[in-house]
Design a protein around this ligand. Structure first.
Ligand code: NCD
Length: 305
């Protein structure tokens, strides 16, 4: 049951919540595609506080709230808010909770959403905390896999790129560890999946790791490609050593299984060439599209009657 609950980490969502989210998302998707007007969150207000850049997450959260008949208040640029005057996160959250029914926050510091949830009596949703987690992205990632393959169990998944700083892959790997899947972590040494995530994996998952993308590519059903998180590097030389390391073009896709899909939380920089967009394997735009029904499902389950 997600009613009135904060979603800070993917652990806040149980296996039965995930199946409920999937079925509510299916209903939301049908309503969206039928152009049906929904009013279930009429009178409810969502506050969005984004302390870091965002396109998809913020637009899809706001669009979802509007699609459910609710409304949105938002600090569009924290530099224009009282944060610029030195207001603490705690005080900003106290204000946001008194003006809204749910708070969606993105912040550059790991743990910021957890802290925000401690200062708020209203539910807080983590839309990305530094290199921590991005649980709602994970839900739409899982939903996308299920839409393409009918189920998640049995999938062989490659996670490619920046597994150290990428928050989407942290929450995704934790969530996948409750499914019967095989995950291969493909990254350079310096961008490996953190040990503190690997230590927390459930028992169903099989995990391997390697550095090279270009071998046995026909084993995978899903390639989950990520951007090198330039903004999180403290050492520019380290960043320079990994730029352009993995790049997927039409010839790379030729080495994959015919029905393999390529996912990416977006934004991409140069890790997937635009020529790939036209192939049936490119699932990343559809994945971003599913952000709306999945976030509609979440908001309706958290705030609904
Ligand atoms: C991701 C993020 O912010 O973590 N973007 C997103 O929310 N879809 C991925 C990224 O920035 O690379």
């Amino acid at each position: 049951m997600l009613k009135n609950k904060s979603i800070v980490s993917i652990d806040d969502v149980s296996e039965s919540d995930i199946s409920e989210i999937f079925s509510v998302s299916d209903r939301m998707l049908n309503a969206l595609e039928a152009g049906k007007k929904l009013e279930m969150l009429d009178g409810k207000i969502m506050a969005t506080l984004f302390y870091e850049p965002s396109t998809r997450t913020r637009l899809s959260f706001e669009s979802s709230m509007h699609r459910l008949g609710g409304s949105v208040v938002s600090v569009s640029d924290v530099k224009s808010s009282s944060v610029a005057k030195g207001e603490t996160l705690a005080d900003t959250i106290r204000m946001a909770e008194s003006y809204s029914d749910v708070i969606v926050i993105r912040h550059p510091l790991e743990g910021a959403a957890r802290l925000a949830s401690k200062f708020s009596t209203k539910p807080v949703i983590n839309a990305g905390d530094g290199s921590g987690q991005h649980p709602t992205q994970t839900l739409l990632d899982l939903y996308t896999m299920r839409k393409y393959f009918g189920k998640i169990d049995g999938l062989r998944i490659a996670m490619v790129g920046d597994l150290r700083y990428g928050r989407t892959v942290h929450s995704l790997l934790l969530a996948l560890s409750n499914f019967d899947v095989e995950v291969t972590l493909i990254s350079p040494q310096i961008l490996k999946m953190p040990e503190h995530i690997r230590e927390r994996l459930g028992k169903n998952i099989k995990v391997k790791s390697r550095e090279n993308l270009d071998e046995k590519m026909d084993e995978f059903d899903v390639f989950y490609v990520t951007r090198i998180q330039k903004e999180r590097f403290t050492d520019q030389n380290e960043y320079n050593s990994v730029i352009g390391l993995y790049s997927i073009d039409v010839s790379t896709v030729g080495k994959m299984k015919k029905n393999a899909i390529i996912m990416h939380p977006l934004p991409r920089v140069d890790e997937i060439k635009p020529e790939v967009d036209y192939l049936p394997n490119a699932a990343y735009f559809k994945q971003a599209y599913y952000g709306v029904p999945v976030r509609m499902a979440l908001l309706s389950m958290i705030l609904g009657a």
